[in-house]
Write a protein that binds this ligand. Structure first.
Ligand code: FES
Length: 69
């Protein structure tokens, strides 16, 4: 996932991925360009959509980074 890439490359995004991908936070919220969003192989599941509803600045192309493959 995008979160795995950030962790594995030791990138420092303060507070990103607080729940370590267990769909219990929305700190991994990312806003994607429409063309990128449309190309993602997996769509958001109900649990991701529920958590996205709590994300600050939600957009039509928002996803949770821990769910992007
Ligand atoms: Fe918490 Fe993605 S890291 S929902």
């Amino acid at each position: 996932t995008l979160l795995d890439m950030i962790i594995n490359n030791e990138l420092d995004f303060d507070g990103f991925g607080a729940c370590e991908g267990t769909l219990a936070c929305s700190t991994c919220h990312v806003v994607l360009k429409k063309d990128v969003f449309d190309k993602l192989p997996n769509k958001a599941c109900d649990e991701e959509l529920d958590m996205l509803d709590l994300a600050y600045g939600l957009t039509d192309t928002s996803r949770l980074g821990c769910q992007i493959e």
